[in-house]
Design a protein around this ligand. Sequence first.
Ligand SMILES: *[C@@H]1O[C@H](CO)[C@@H](O)[C@H](O)[C@H]1NC(C)=O
Length: 319
Amino acid sequence: MRRTFCWRLVKFLVASAVLVLSAHLLLSSVSKHTELPPTLSAGEYRLISPDTYHYLLNQPAVCQDRSPFLVFLVPVGPQEAAAREAVRGTWGGSGPGSLTLFFTGLPEGGRGAAAQKELEEESRQHADIIQINFVDSYHNLTIKTVLMMKWLATHCPHASYAMKVDADIFVNVFQLLGRLRGSPRQGFITGSVIRDGRPRRDPSSKWYLSEELYPEDSFPPYVSGAGYVFSADMAARISWASRFVRLIPLEDVYVGLCLRVLGVRPVYSYSLPSFRNLFEIRSLQYDRCIFSRLVIINGFKPSELLQAWHDFSKGHGSC
Ligand SMILES: *[C@@H]1O[C@H](CO)[C@@H](O)[C@H](O)[C@H]1NC(C)=O
């Protein structure tokens, strides 16, 4: 009597376990299928596909003998030599664990042969310029971002972290490196997170998006494009997700749409106890000790960046 009861109990438990497990497997595969949007048509994907473009200048071997802790991916116009020089002379100057690369396209309004020669000369000198054959315009920044991700995934797959950052940003590398040492190594992206973004439907806006291009009336959470940091595995994943996301001319929202496909939530970076946003997207008057507590500050001309860094790099430790 007692024995049959035990036996029934065992059978019951095994059956329940099998049931729960298969329900779990079924549900997770179903939800994966429903979450993934349809792939883009060949025509739509061609616009952002890395196969559409080729490198005019490349640095394919920069990561061959090293695995940088942090790679700065800096989008710049081909003519912005002064901005590149300021970045090299400040936060982008090669530290032991970091690497800085500039991504550029073709000048708008045609390629000046002389300007191209200068760029090639600069590239020979510094070996940090990657030029791709698309027109380097504000509207094409999304293409540039997807190609930067693809570049990192292909040529520097063993880096730990990367930061997409504009050349007019002040980056407090000391604060940044310190924070990254305790951060997740995978599936991680942080910056100034925008959760309530909506498309602008006014055609005169710089950020105009037609309903045809983007029918939804809100954006998923995304990190502001001025500067954001991610674990390097995200480069291949974002590049993969771009097969499912139609090209829109807002690169940071575009990355947010890729994150939604991937099910990765961007993380807000703040300091305690005030919950101060560490990725300051406004521009602030230079102040050594205020800057020492932040990660980025927006809106620096090359000369201002050099000047502020000159003071900061020597004095930030005494705040
Ligand atoms: C973007 O780049 C492509 C490829 O070079 C070019 O055909 C197109 O005109 C560019 N778009 C804009 C808005 O500059």
